[in-house]
Design a protein around this ligand. Sequence first.
Ligand code: COA
Length: 390
Amino acid sequence: MNATSPEGGAGVGAPRATAEKPTKGLADVVAASTALSDIDGKAGRLFYRGYDIHDLAGRTTFEETAHLLQCGALPTRDQLAAYGAKLVDGRALGALVEANIPEIAEKMAPMEALRTLVSLAGAEDPDKDSNDVEANLRKAARLTAQQPILVARYHAARSGVSVPDPDPGLSVAANFLLQITGRTPDPRAVEIFDACLVLHADHTMNASTFAARVCAATLSDMHSAIVAAIGTLKGPLHGGANEQVMRTLQSIEPGSVASTVRQMLADHQKIMGFGHRVYKTEDPRATHLRKMSQELAQAAGDDTYFRMSREMEQVVLDEKGLYPNVDFYAATVYHYLGIPTDLFTPVFSVSRMSGWTAHVIEQHADNRLIRPDSEYIGERDQKWEPIDAR
Ligand code: COA
């Protein structure tokens, strides 16, 4: 790169006059302004558009929360009815998606499948060529409506069973449990799952949301931004942690939780579901999920995994001073709700779709390309040799 390069380099070999040491992993760097959510990491508090998550969880439905994030305010009854109707209409999958579900279900893991199916949905979305706010709102509703259907249809196809048709009278949460388990869900299970969706809906500049905003800031379309987000959520340091929590619990003997976790820590292994970049105390979402896990364990008549989780929590706190994050108790909650373990991260995406799409709308509404700088740490002043002389 030289001084006239389109990337605006400072010239060959010249250190940048303004270069600063980067913060590894961009910790504490403010990467965007948002009116969507806010975290007080010291106090362990989370807000969606100024509403405390403790006031929303269990009292506000996922549909109301999605409306809050995407449309800017908690809905009135009429607004909620109109938004709910948009979600019901939006559940219909396009022909390209429908045609590809069987092969995708056969060949791809769940998050790969979702990444691919959302990409296909983008190709046939009627608003694909517009980033206008009205088009974005329509796409946001369709994406939010379709994500749980895609998970259910994928699961049914790979299991070789048919899935009940979506019931227009059912909420996102109830319809998802119906389609995943094939049974009319217990009303309390629906309430709990609905609260899980609310708790996972948005979370400031988490990795997948940042990925979505970087993509959207190039003025790419909403579906492309969501594909970037799904690929980012997939990783075990982000959304993939909830599945890993369950696999850890299943791999430990109930009587040897403390010794196993201590050994894992002594071996410098990360215990999935613990620690957080922003929270320095308990993640407020974990407070709700712990209670839900306990309730569901008692209702199931076997609280082994819940008791193991409590023991793990105590050991990790004693040994490392780390608290559970959202993924830790979400794992056992989803398990007790009858959701297959490898669908835990897809379920996260069902909820986070509401936040991702809201962030894309926000980014497009006041856009500037997101293009940070980097610190060059490679060789300088290299002497070029023709290939035969190297
Ligand atoms: N288990 C064991 N040790 C952990 C840990 C965990 N879950 N999370 C953090 N630590 C330790 C690290 O080993 C490191 O210790 P060191 O300073 O002695 O090397 C220290 O705490 C800081 O961890 P680091 O990974 O640098 O923090 P981060 O801010 O970059 O990462 C997470 C945050 C969430 C990625 C990290 O806590 C983690 O990997 N957790 C497990 C995965 C998870 O649950 N992800 C879901 C997040 S909602």
